[in-house]
Design a protein around this ligand. Structure first.
Ligand SMILES: Nc1nc2c(ncn2[C@@H]2O[C@H](COP(=O)(O)OP(=O)(O)OP(=O)(O)O)[C@@H](O)[C@H]2O)c(=O)[nH]1
Ligand SMILES: [Mg+2]
Length: 231
């Protein structure tokens, strides 16, 4: 399927983030986990800068993506956590501001009415398949799952694990996160078709939170909806 992707801009603060109502899927994860590489693999172009040195992406880089005849949406490549000073897994600065827009929606004052027009961003949490159960990833997942309406977990660099290791690692991830984890590789392309399906769901759900859900889109999402506190 044809994929068109273009760089929109780098956002240094919440004011630079999209406000035109298109769906957004954010890539969240530790520095060096492979966020930018995965985006490049998905759109089959080196659109995002990658580096072996962690902390390459310090701004939120926004890309507009159209796949086949689907609706356009944004992919937001967020700065990695766990690299900045004291980064113990807490979301810092721009990442917190990005998702804070979700929380603003609870506010009904006229000052935030323009923000309310933007659909909730969905999030893909990327974890390195070689390192299951890192505290910073678990903290990030706990936070996302309580804060973001559509969130899913993707295990990157699966090509680096032998068959037995990958089964063990995925099992560890799934038991630590209590959620399914999709293994992918930006190098071999493994898992990318499944990831596109997941992204389509997240993007469609994101936009349908703003518009009434259309009848052809009634499948339940595989991604996690916000977890009730009592669960
Ligand atoms: N073998 C393998 N290497 C990968 C894969 N994905 C990324 N890498 C490598 O991992 C390193 C980091 O990749 P990036 O895509 O820059 O990581 P990032 O998460 O965007 O990093 P920051 O921008 O620093 O947050 C690079 O050396 C990539 O080549 C993968 O699927 N397989
Ligand atoms: Mg990056």
């Amino acid at each position: 399927m044809k994929v068109e992707a273009s760089f929109v801009r780098s956002a240094a603060s919440a004011g630079d983030l999209p406000r035109d109502g298109l769906a957004e899927v954010a890539l969240v994860g530790r520095s060096n986990v492979g966020k930018s590489s995965l985006l490049n693999a998905l759109v089959r172009r080196r659109i995002a800068r990658t580096s072996a040195a962690p902390g390459k992406t310090r701004l939120a880089n926004i890309y507009r993506v159209v796949r086949g005849s689907g609706a356009p949406f944004y992919v937001v490549d967020l700065p990695g956590y766990g690299y900045a000073r004291g980064g113990s897994g807490e979301f810092e600065g721009l990442v917190a501001a990005y998702f804070a827009r979700v929380r603003l929606k609870a506010d009904t004052t006229s000052a935030v009415r323009s923000v309310r027009l933007q659909p909730d961003p969905a999030a893909l949490l990327l974890v390195d398949s070689r390192h299951p159960g890192l505290e910073s990833d678990l903290e990030a997942w706990a936070w996302l799952r309580d804060t973001v309406d559509g969130a899913a977990i993707v295990a990157t660099k699966i090509d680096k694990l032998a068959r037995g290791e990958r089964i063990r690692a995925l099992r560890e991830f799934e038991s630590a996160c209590e959620h399914s984890v999709l293994p992918v590789s930006a190098v071999t392309g493994e898992g990318l078709d499944e990831l596109w399906k997941l992204i389509d769901q997240l993007a469609n759900n994101s936009s349908s939170r703003k518009e009434p859900r259309s009848s052809h889109n009634s499948n339940p999402p595989r991604a996690t909806a916000r977890r009730p506190r009592s669960e």
